[in-house]
Design a protein around this ligand. Structure first.
Ligand SMILES: NC(=O)c1ccc[n+]([C@@H]2O[C@H](COP(=O)([O-])OP(=O)(O)OC[C@H]3O[C@@H](n4cnc5c(N)ncnc54)[C@H](O)[C@@H]3O)[C@@H](O)[C@H]2O)c1
Length: 372
């Protein structure tokens, strides 16, 4: 198969769909890998790295789209990219179609087959191609929160780990899933006094078993949250209710009870945020102040560490990518129902129920698409 990887063109996106390592693996499986010249630069990969891996460098996105059987990307195709997709071409990338009718219509009209990273599943009920980005955002949260706490940035001027004779920062993590667990681990590693809140007893039991000595955990009620937030130097928002907007767990009124200069890091901002006063920010201007409390609400946190994020995403996508290339999408999806769950669009028809419901578009079952 000819696998094409264009340069990402969404603003502030520095990741790339294939690392040189992924390109080498695909080449070793007998595929031709076409990388747009410069595609890896934002993530620290040169054209020479790709050439050494056996890939062919291509001058323009137009040529990549025209030549490739499968396009591998990171972000959803932008309008100009969607015009370059064609019937029968396979697209493997993040799509997030439910809130994006324009993209959905364009993909349907293109006649391509689109498999979305975010809806591929695994045996444990997880989302294996979303998890690496949650791991990155979770581990980044205490790092950016610690920076936000610095006096020059408007913060309380508190050091995460304290020093001998001075207490460490108090960090509260709301939501103990992938983001929350990684955030808590790093915050504890920085020496902070960390408590994780979650609503799932199963999750709390897991956190207690595995991290009992490293950080505390508590059942998430409005009362417990309010008490902990009042005393906190940093609060990290990491909740998720799948398919729903994030619940607002800290109100504007609660800010006045908090310590002045405390930091709120709302990782759940991509689902609307879990603090009432959260609004999405960018890496260029990441923080703002409300009622004396500093807010960090960057919606694409992994972009700050594009190299690590690209490698983490590449590790997760590679086995699926190889299966798609080796077997063709139909056989690969027939053999792996979790990959079939990623199928969102095929030959002008929507194949993902939740997207159809959100956008009021008819859906055919993915297994029917396999037979077409
Ligand atoms: N900003 C970014 O760049 C970025 C990057 C990656 C992920 N995210 C977002 O981070 C959020 C968390 O993702 P995740 O992968 O950790 O999800 P997850 O499903 O692994 O974990 C969410 C946790 O929240 C818990 N929860 C739900 N309601 C709660 C409540 N009221 N109180 C306490 N806990 C509650 C759940 O029990 C679960 O354990 C999502 O909104 C995700 O989209 C943002």
């Amino acid at each position: 198969m000819k696998i094409g990887c264009p340069t990402e063109i969404k603003p502030q996106e520095f990741r790339v769909g294939m690392t040189p390592d992924a390109a080498r693996e695909a080449v070793n499986h007998g595929h031709e890998v076409l990388i747009q010249s410069g595609a890896g630069v934002g993530a620290g990969f040169t054209d020479e790295d790709y050439v050494a891996a056996g890939a062919k460098m291509i001058g323009t996105a137009e040529e990549v789209f025209a030549e490739a059987d499968m396009i591998v990307k990171v972000k959803e195709p932008q309008a100009v990219e969607r015009k370059m997709l064609r019937e029968g071409q396979l697209l493997f990338t993040y799509l997030h179609l439910a809130p994006d009718p324009e993209q959905t219509v364009d993909l349907l009209e293109s006649g391509c087959t689109a498999i979305a990273y975010e809806t591929v599943t695994d045996d444990r009920g997880g989302l294996p191609l979303l998890a690496p980005m949650s791991e990155v955002a979770g581990r980044l949260a205490p790092q950016v929160g610690a920076w936000t706490l610095q006096k020059a940035n408007g913060g309380r001027g508190v050091l995460m780990g304290g020093v001998p004779g001075v207490a460490p920062a108090k960090v509260v993590v709301i939501g103990g899933g992938v983001v929350g667990t990684h955030a808590a681990k790093i915050a504890a590693g920085m020496g902070a006094d960390v408590t994780v809140l979650d609503r799932s007893l199963t999750r709390l039991r897991y956190l207690d078993d595995v991290f009992g000595g490293t950080f505390k955990n508590q059942y998430s009620t409005a009362g417990a949250t309010s008490d902990l937030v009042r005393e906190a130097d940093m609060v990290i928002g990491a909740v998720l209710i799948p398919g729903a907007a994030a619940p607002k767990l800290v109100s504007r009124a609660q800010l006045s009870e908090m310590k002045p200069g405390a930091a709120l890091v709302d990782v759940a901002i991509d689902q609307g945020g879990c603090f009432e006063t959260s609004r999405a920010t960018t890496h260029a201007d990441p923080i703002y102040e409300v009622e004396g409390i500093m807010h960090y609400c960057v919606a694409n946190m992994p972009g700050a560490v594009a190299r690590t994020s690209t490698q983490a995403l590449g590790n997760a996508t590679l086995p699926f990518l190889l299966n798609l290339a080796n077997k063709g999408w139909k056989q690969a999806c027939e053999d792996d129902p979790h990959l079939l769950n990623g199928l969102n669009v095929h030959a002008g028809q929507l194949t993902y129920y939740a997207v159809g419901k959100a956008l009021g578009i008819d859906v055919i079952s993915p297994s029917l698409a396999l037979k077409s």
